[in-house]
Write a protein that binds this ligand. Sequence first.
Ligand code: 5AD
Ligand code: SF4
Length: 449
Amino acid sequence: MNEHDSERIAGLLEADGMEHIDDIESADVVVMNTCCIRENADNRFYGHLGELKALKATNPDLQIAIAGCLAQKDRDAIVDRAGHVDVVFGTHNLHRAVDLLRDARTSGQPIVEILEEQEHDEFPSALPTRRESSFAAWVTIQIGCDNNCAFCIVPQVRGKEISRRMGDIVAEVADLAKDGVTEITLLGQNVNSYGRDLGAGQYSPKFADLLRAVNDVAGIRRIRYTSPHPKDFRIATIDAMSQCANVCEHLHLPLQSGSDRILARMHRGYTADRYLERLRAARTAMPELAVTTDIIVGFPGETEADFQQTLAVAEAGDFDGAYTFVYSSRPGTEAAAWVDEMLPASVTGERMERLVSIIRASSARRHAAYVGSTQELLIEGPSKRDDRRLTGRTRSHKVVHLDGGDGLRAGSYVQATITKAFSHYLEAQIDEVISVPAATRVRIPLTVV
Ligand code: 5AD
Ligand code: SF4
């Protein structure tokens, strides 16, 4: 969501006549889009803010804008700690980026504008966007979150859940397809509750309906989505996924913990058994399905017995991969008050090692099963490790490195045989080129500060 917000801010600035440059030293404007979901993003932000101070000392005309949910949370601290910042805005008013920069330039005064709720009728996805990729795009289907997971700051900074009208989503996807996009990722904090707020007593669309509608858009070959919530992940969604040819065989289903006691304290609304039962249903309907998850280690009060249950579910889940996080206390969340139950770093570190070794083993096992199989790959461009090789992705979202394929443009589809498996990626040999995109204008990647 944060990356997509960055694309929108960049799109707005470009629409106003600014130009992206790679070299931060020659920039007239630097926008840092921030995220506060976990503490280490917070810490990194303040380091970068210090670096920008040095830059402003050498170029006093430089304008610095801080955007995003960390800006929203720390608005006062940012201005107090960083007199070199010109503009601070949050997630609900990023459409104001250009105006705020202009006003600050005219007045010579810093401007802080943070809104608590979305102020305008226009859904933010309708803003101009500077897409990072010519062939893949994010599509926001919902903003905000109505859940109250005890560890999570998102509801505070993203506001209440609002679904976007299905017709608008389908129209945007059709426009993207006309622009050469073949892969879309539907974005929401809790996509399975999509549509709950639409329809006011009459028919309200469900996420499964949306998948079916988007599946019918000509030109789109791959549909992904993130994130579903296990408590709302229903059979209708599994059916739609398995019946829609363009919906990819990948499910990212955040587990968070395998202990029912911890899940209840987190207010997640499901038990470990129910989570595993949904997973089984999805895998039965889609035998090719790859499943990834998010797990938090060291939630306040997590005992060794609780953690053992997480290990057991991680084993039973047979995951293709997992993002594992040490719990970090977020101000204003329910769990932030449970200071007495925080676990020491020595315990969380040791638990994390045990969890990661289980995940690594299941990833390696599942990846090994790909060797010898034929897969459709979407070429993403040269490999980041070795630019003589190409990197592509399977429908199941596996990273694949390929030799050869000289001259194949990003956005091409190929048929390939998987030759080797590693825990984080696969290697393959191209058998056949399926399609090559028409030449697109060159896009320069955004500098990540
Ligand atoms: N501490 C650790 N991990 C967190 N996540 C969200 N909030 C926290 C927190 N306070 C993780 C969850 C979520 C993912 C996006 O980030 O696992 O699914
Ligand atoms: Fe946070 Fe829970 Fe909402 Fe996800 S569902 S954004 S974890 S409150």
